[in-house]
Design a protein around this ligand. Structure first.
Ligand code: AMP
Length: 303
């Protein structure tokens, strides 16, 4: 079992969906990722919070395999984000993004984290993602997330970091934007040409499409009767995906396919409650059972 280093946002989120509203809850891309991945292996989190982030707020990490030695606390306010969802939960409007302490953040990877074999660069400025890669020593696998903001705003830096990663985890609209191609199959191949050997495209409730050396692997989203808040589903998917691979004895084609299921399982739980709530009560047994649900959903006999 290998550990994972992740760098990204630890935040206070406010979220409104047709099912309710929460205000100033602990969240952030690196938080969702770490908690999901910690069900599979040890995680080392690097990020920054402000002095309004109290010890109590850290309780989401209590008794989990998340090492917080790389989480700096500095004077100022913690990163804040507010999102509101449409009635079918498929569209989201960002009401505000307050970078706050993230504005002057420069990731410092503690010495003992620098040889971590797996690295997940959560959605932050690609120049910061590059700074992280400069500090880590020969990782076995680097995975990256990004968003429209960086695709539009910092394309040169993004191309540079894409040239240095093994896996890109990205959502469908961002894959289309990055490649300039509407067809997702073609978009994925174009993005592979930018560097990553594997491109994993998250399609929200429709599931996931992943490139393979000889084709594609795809799974539908699990039909759920309770979807409350999709925030963090992408980061949670990434946590399950990278977490599963880091725990695998070998990264075979089969293990990568199973990792897509692990990511889908974790994301399917995350959306059932607001914020981190569902992940915080989740058990290993429930994860195992939902693997079974995915198997039953997609299994059929050949003619
Ligand atoms: P997702 O729903 O996967 O897009 O992730 C939502 C999480 O990402 C929330 O908890 C936010 O706090 C965080 N987030 C939103 N915008 C940004 C940003 N520009 N940089 C870093 N984290 C962000």
């Amino acid at each position: 079992m290998k550990s994972i280093l992740t760098v990204g946002s630890v935040a206070f989120d406010s979220v409104k969906t047709p099912f309710g509203e929460v205000s100033r809850v602990v969240a952030g891309a690196a938080t969702y990722f770490s908690i999901a991945a910690s069900f599979f292996t040890d995680v080392r989190l690097v990020g920054v919070v402000g002095d309004d982030f109290l010890d109590d707020h850290l309780s989401v990490f209590t008794d989990r395999r998340v090492d917080l030695d790389g989480l700096q606390r500095v004077a100022g306010e913690t990163f804040r984000w507010r999102g509101e969802y449409s009635s079918d939960l498929n569209a989201r409007e960002t009401i505000y993004t307050h970078l706050n302490v993230f504005e002057d953040f420069s990731p410092r990877i503690p010495d003992r984290f620098q040889t971590t074999p797996f690295v997940f660069l959560a959605n932050i400025h690609p120049a910061l993602q590059l700074e992280v890669l400069e500090q880590v020593k020969q990782p076995e696998l680097v995975a990256l997330d990004t968003m429209n903001y960086w695709i539009e705003g910092t394309p040169a830096e993004l191309q540079k970091v894409l040239g240095r990663v093994n896996v890109l985890v990205i959502n469908d609209s961002e894959a289309r934007q990055l490649s300039g191609e509407a067809n997702l199959v073609k978009a994925a191949r174009i993005i592979q040409g930018m560097g990553p050997e594997r491109v994993v495209i998250k399609r929200g409730e429709y599931g996931v499409l992943m490139t393979k050396p000889d084709g594609f692997f795809a799974v539908p989203g699990l039909p759920l009767d309770r979807v409350c808040d999709p925030t963090g589903a992408g980061d949670t998917f990434a946590g399950g995906f990278v977490g599963f691979l880091a725990a695998a004895t070998q990264i075979t084609d089969q293990a990568v396919n199973q990792a897509v299921i692990a990511g889908s399982v974790m994301a399917s739980f995350a959306v059932e409650e607001f914020g981190l709530d569902r992940l915080l009560t989740l058990t290993d047994m429930e994860i195992k059972q939902r693997f079974g649900a995915f198997k039953r959903l997609t299994h059929f006999d050949e003619l």
